[in-house]
Design a protein around this ligand. Sequence first.
Ligand SMILES: [Cu+2]
Length: 449
Amino acid sequence: MFPSITRALGCLTALFLVVGIGGCATPVSSHASNTVTPTVVKGDHVTIDMHDSTFNPATIQVMPGTTVTWKNDDLMPHTVTSGSNNQPSGLFNSGDVDQGKTFSYKFTKAGSYSYFCTYHPSMVGQVVVDGNTTSDGNMSGMDMNSSDMAHGTSSSGSDGQVASLGTGSTGEPKQADDLRLLPYKMENGYKVFHLTAEPVKWQVQPGKTVDAWAYNGSVPGPEIKVDEGDKVKILVTNKLPEGTTVHWHGLDVPFSQDGTGGISQPDIKPGQTWTYTFTVNAPAGSYMYHSHPMNDMLKQENMGLFGPFIVEPKGTGWQQVHPGYQDEYTLMVNDSPEFGYTINGLSYPATPVLPAKVGDKVLVHLINIGAMDHPMHLHGMHFQELNQDGYPLPSPITMDTINTAPGTTYDLSFVANQPGKWLFHCHIAEHVTDSNGNMTGMVTMFDVK
Ligand SMILES: [Cu+2]
């Protein structure tokens, strides 16, 4: 009775199992996309699942007249509340939707409708109502829908277009450190993620927009956050004009999943999707992913093809703060000629201000994806280095400056013990000063209140 996405997904999941789980790292040709396309029919119903505190799919495109039904698969209640940035717009508000319950709303007018859960502000979604959508119009969004996996095309919100300036793709919650958090879908015990490498315009700071190659429209790519021991599948769709791969830096995956173009696999050709499958056999800490193609690795990294991969203790859960901490931030420092000196793809004063309350214990995942050393210095408080390259040090080292090396990751901990706006910056003056002498570049701050 619902000839809808949900039903189509059921069939396509089976197809996905064949291509995705049957073999490892199976390249999925995109030309098969003609055979299966998610269908959204005018006047029909579409179902969105609320699961693991995400909307799945997070972004859909429908015809006017479509009734959308949200179903809560989580134990906790959620709401479906129109609006954005935690501000209700008043168009619709489900109130509490308990486990197993649903809420429906009929969209009659063309437009773009954002919504969120009032209990979980980072749980956001969007319904795009487009009178020009044909009956086989494709869905978009960073959700992991099985049909996309099956036919190997991207489910990126930008869908081949240039992504919005500096905003990343739709459907990925934005964290306080300005990084996007990559949603996943559980499939047969695997956390399944989807990355799309594509050209975008990236705004490093107001007035400075550059051509970038990015995962899911943002530089760095979205944070992949998993628990120790998780089984993951990461689908990588290549929308670049040349071949690429993804290397899982520091995670000690099997050779076939190492993502080294020309060594462990051929480059993923433009238009292809490649599936990486591995178990996270690494301690809780900071790792990363970046392109590692046969050709043009320097160019691809310089243009923004990198992102953080954070491992949490088992049971922590996606979107949860590391146990024992009140604040958790990831900072990727980079010195690419394309972007200049940046933290999370941004140059001061566009860098994020990182909030903390007095007394908070703060965990910082610090990753150097640049080509130079950057001694990162914290004002006002000392921190402890807990881990390096994800692995615990024999005993933490107390310091106020840590010299970060290219390709190296660090986990730092401090207690925000006095209020103030405390700079955290590279201590090489050239990396934090523009030609007019103004502070810029590799500078951010903790705002302790
Ligand atoms: Cu520096």
